[in-house]
Design a protein around this ligand. Structure first.
Ligand code: PBG
Length: 328
């Protein structure tokens, strides 16, 4: 038997042909840029494990926001690094909290820039957990699901009051989407979408972020609320409950080691899928580039394109500004 040679190379012969048959592309519209905002004045402090990423105090935020907007990036994700932490994370839902102030400032400066507020307590609690900690009879400490929900709802409403366009709860408490949806609706914010961190794994890839946000848990870990990296069918249950509870967009986090989960969400649900290209995914490439071991631009664009190909509609990435420059 003889087979004809299949001529795959016919469609690869020129740049124009390759462009015509290209299945996926990256565009600036795909990116969401995370920004860390802190208290104080005159602060622009580089995060040592994330070169090129800074903590900004409010007075230094304007320059960064203008740059982001000029590059054509449509949305920022705001993280607060407060000066006050306590057991109940009160600065998370303070009308004058750092995220609320930053939101007002960004919306005043560039009204059309979408502000996404990360709704969690871990940066604001002294124990560093994403909810309220309660002592069990056994003496063991646990994160109390339903008590945490009340505080998360308050946080989301105060972020909406400050002008946030999208609420992005990242706490992984059960029922958080339902509770926040109901709270927002009752407060008159039924038009504000929820971007749920639906499938968030208990991952070592958040290490540099926790250094940056000072949110490392002071005891234990997040494994009782974040997902086990070994599981994928459970990810479908997490996403399904968020859809039923009223989520408008679904996130998978981290992205690189979880491309199969991005693909599965894309195939099983019809909401936009968001990939979070997390801190250690950024740091690894930066470290390789700093050593001259890899071509940063090519590696970053290939990585982000891989996330699109896997099924991501949007990508939260610390590379957003660089990628926007390279694509423009
Ligand atoms: C807060 C939160 C975390 C990240 C985003 N929101 C850290 C965590 O869950 O420990 C990680 C982002 C990153 O690593 O880039 N819950």
């Amino acid at each position: 038997m003889s087979f004809p040679t299949v001529r795959h190379r016919r469609l690869r012969g020129s740049g124009a042909l390759r462009a015509m048959v290209r299945e996926n592309t990256l565009a600036v519209d795909d990116f969401i840029y995370p920004i860390f905002v802190t208290t104080g004045e005159g602060v622009k402090a580089e995060i040592s494990s994330m070169p090129g990423v800074y903590h900004y105090s409010l007075d230094n935020l304007d320059e960064e926001i203008r740059e982001v907007a000029e590059l054509g990036i449509k949305a920022v994700l705001l993280f607060g690094v407060p000066d006050h932490k306590d057991a109940e994370g009160t600065s998370a839902y303070d009308a004058n909290g750092i995220v609320q102030q930053a939101t007002r400032r960004v919306k005043a400066l560039v009204p059309e820039l979408i502000v996404i507020a990360d709704t969690c307590l871990c940066q604001f609690t002294d124990h560093g957990h994403c909810g309220v900690v309660r002592q069990l009879d056994s003496g063991e400490a646990t994160v109390d699901n339903d008590a945490s929900l009340d505080l998360l709802v308050r946080t989301a409403i105060s972020q909406a009051e400050a002008g946030a366009d999208i609420i992005a709860p990242s706490n992984m408490m059960d029922g958080f989407v339902h509770a926040i949806r109901a709270g927002l609706d009752e407060a008159g914010y039924e038009a504000i979408p929820i971007l749920s961190y639906s499938v968030k794994y208990a991952s070592a890839f958040y290490g540099p972020f926790r250094d940056a946000a000072h949110s490392t848990p002071q005891f234990g870990d997040r494994k009782t609320y974040q997902m086990d990296p070994a599981n994928s069918r459970e990810a479908m249950r997490e996403a399904e409950s968020d859809v039923l509870e009223g989520a408008d967009m679904l996130m998978v986090k981290p992205a690189l080691a979880y491309l199969d989960i991005i693909r599965a969400l894309k195939e099983n649900f019809d909401l936009p899928v968001v990939a979070y290209n997390v801190s250690a995914e950024y740091s690894m490439i930066k470290a390789g580039a700093a050593n001259g071991w890899l071509d940063e631009r090519a590696i970053v664009l290939e990585t982000l394109l891989g996330m699109k190909r896997a099924g991501a509609d949007l990508i939260i990435t610390y590379f957003a500004k660089d990628a926007a420059r390279w694509l423009n």
